[in-house]
Design a protein around this ligand. Structure first.
Ligand code: FES
Length: 116
C-alpha cells in the first residue's frame, strides 16, 4: 500500500548527474531517511537508500553510487539491482527489491509524492 503525504521538494534535476545517481539526505516526509535519486535524461527514479540485504546504505561515499550499465550495485556486499525496477538480480539478496518512491518532475525540480 502506498503511503501518501504532502508532496515534498527533493532537489533540482540538474543536481543529479545525467546517467547517474545521488543521495538526498534527511527527507523529512520519510522520517529523515536517505533517498537514492537516479536519473537518465528527464527520467528520474527514487528508492530508499536502504539495502534489503543487511539494511545498510548502498553508496560507497555519501551520494556516490556504483552504477554499471543497467545495474545499481550496493557497495557493502555487492548486491546488484536493476535500475529500472529496483529488483536485486545478483548477490546476497537476489529476488528482493529496493523500496520504490513515487517522484515527479515539476519545472526542473524533483518532487517526492509517496512511498510505496
Ligand atoms: S548490505 Fe547491501 S549487499 Fe549487503
Amino acid at each position: 500500500m502506498d503511503t501518501a503525504f504532502p508532496p515534498s521538494l527533493m532537489c533540482r534535476l540538474d543536481e543529479i548527474p545525467d546517467d547517474g545517481a545521488t543521495a538526498i539526505e534527511g527527507v523529512a516526509a520519510l522520517g529523515g531517511e536517505s533517498v537514492i535519486v537516479e536519473r537518465r535524461g528527464d527520467a528520474v527514479r527514487a528508492w530508499l537508500n536502504i539495502c534489503p540485504h543487511a539494511g545498510r546504505r548502498l553508496d560507497y561515499a555519501p551520494g556516490r553510487f556504483l552504477l554499471k550499465d543497467e545495474l545499481l550495485i550496493c557497495a557493502v556486499h555487492g548486491a546488484s539491482f536493476n535500475r529500472n525496477d529496483g529488483v536485486c538480480v545478483a548477490g546476497p539478496c537476489r529476488g528482493e527489491h529496493l523500496r520504490a518512491l513515487a517522484v515527479e518532475l515539476r519545472g526542473g525540480e524533483v518532487w517526492l509524492l509517496a512511498a510505496g
